[in-house]
Design a protein around this ligand. Structure first.
Ligand SMILES: Nc1ncnc2c1ncn2[C@@H]1O[C@H](COP(=O)(O)OP(=O)(O)O)[C@@H](O)[C@H]1O
Ligand SMILES: [Mg+2]
Length: 348
């Protein structure tokens, strides 16, 4: 039997995951091919010139109109800022599931709506810094200095060019050593939390706008860097790649979250799961999406992010897909994801 054709998707459930599954009620249907229809409708309804809505117009005209609207500030003010700063760690100890892609694109989408957003790159690979075109060679002050040297976050944060309201604290390669160096540092689990709290106070004292969202890009491990992210956050967003073994190993993440909740950060909870790299042409993706939604009916966002070449091309241009190709299906779905996320309550 060829993989991806007949065999049902294997979604492995570890204990806490099974427990969550038993609480499952009715599972909403997955979106058809991840097409963000509602957003597309919203983008073309009243804000795009009538000519662009004419079905005989070449698609390029509609795409250009969408690009002008997204990049030209047309989305500003259309999302309600949260009552308090929302701090989300984007975590999954598997590599390649879309954590970084999700962080940078949600962050860009929220900022394009006029919100104030900070990305903390806590992965030594520095992929989020690359995608946001943030300088992160070895001499640049980075999250490493914040965690190990206690350097204020304000000295590390850089504005993202071309996206007003978006800031990024970069990761440099030094961060690879931080996992070990942190072991002997005082309050090793809460270094990031303290830095973020101090930064928020400093911004207020300087009369700068309050941050609406802080998104933390975690490395693919459950070591001290991820622990720092989970102690600093209130919410966890878990990207799930629509592939075999989608949920395998998640039990370990759930157990770590429980431990951190018990001992270090009572507020922490998984608030959101996002299906990534959804390929509407395969039965496998639909089966995995169905199963994940069945297990976690309240956590999984309605919007799934489709597998899209534009999404994977964007980082090599130092861009998010939001700016690289705002009218592409990947960009539209991340816009929709950002809106859905912003519209959901932060707490359970
Ligand atoms: N929706 C998508 N469509 C196509 N490629 C994607 C998509 N999301 C992520 N990718 C690609 O998959 C790879 C892994 O994604 P990434 O966000 O770096 O995962 P992680 O941070 O979990 O390791 C990257 O090469 C990225 O460009
Ligand atoms: Mg990554």
């Amino acid at each position: 039997m060829a993989p991806g054709t007949e065999e049902p998707a294997r979604v492995v459930a570890d204990d806490p995951v099974t427990a969550a599954a038993s609480a499952a009620a009715t599972a909403p249907r997955p979106p058809d091919g991840g097409e963000p229809g509602a957003l597309r409708a919203a983008l073309t309804a009243d804000d795009v010139p009538p000519a662009a809505q004419d079905p005989v117009d070449p698609p390029i005209a509609a795409a250009a109109a969408t690009a002008v609207r997204v990049l030209g500030g047309g989305l500003r003010g259309s999302l309600e800022p949260p009552r308090e700063t929302r701090l989300l760690a984007v975590a999954n100890q598997k590599g390649g599931v879309g954590k970084t892609t999700t962080v940078v694109n949600i962050a860009a989408a929220l900022a394009l709506h006029g919100l104030h957003v900070l990305v903390l790159d806590v992965d030594p690979q520095g992929n989020a810094s690359t995608a946001l075109s943030i300088d992160h060679h070895a001499d640049v002050p980075s999250v490493y200095d914040v965690l190990i040297e206690g350097r204020p976050l304000a000295e590390v944060v850089q504005p993202v060019e071309g996206i007003p309201g978006l800031l990024c604290a970069p990761a440099t390669i030094d961060l690879a050593g931080a996992e070990i160096e942190l072991v002997s540092v005082v309050a090793r689990e809460s270094r990031l939390q303290r830095a973020v709290a101090a930064y928020a106070k400093e911004r207020a004292a300087r009369g700068e706008p309050r941050l609406d969202f802080v998104l933390i890009d975690c490395p693919p491990s459950l070591g001290l860097l991820t622990v720092n992210a989970l102690v600093a956050a209130h919410e966890v967003l878990v990207p799930i790649q629509c592939e075999y073994y989608a949920l395998e190993g998640l039990g370990q993440l759930w157990r770590n979250i429980d431990l951190i909740k018990q001992h270090l950060n009572p507020e922490l909870h998984v608030s959101t799961m996002l299906l990534t790299m959804y390929d509407g042409r395969t039965r496998l993706a639909a089966q995995v999406a169905d199963e994940v939604r069945e297990h976690f009916p309240t956590l999984v966002l309605k919007t799934a992010v489709p597998r899209s070449v534009r999404v994977s091309e964007a980082p090599s241009y130092g861009q998010t897909v939001m700016t690289y190709d705002p009218a592409s299906s990947g960009a539209l779905s991340y816009l929709e994801v950002a809106r859905e996320l912003a519209g959901r309550p932060a707490s359970r």
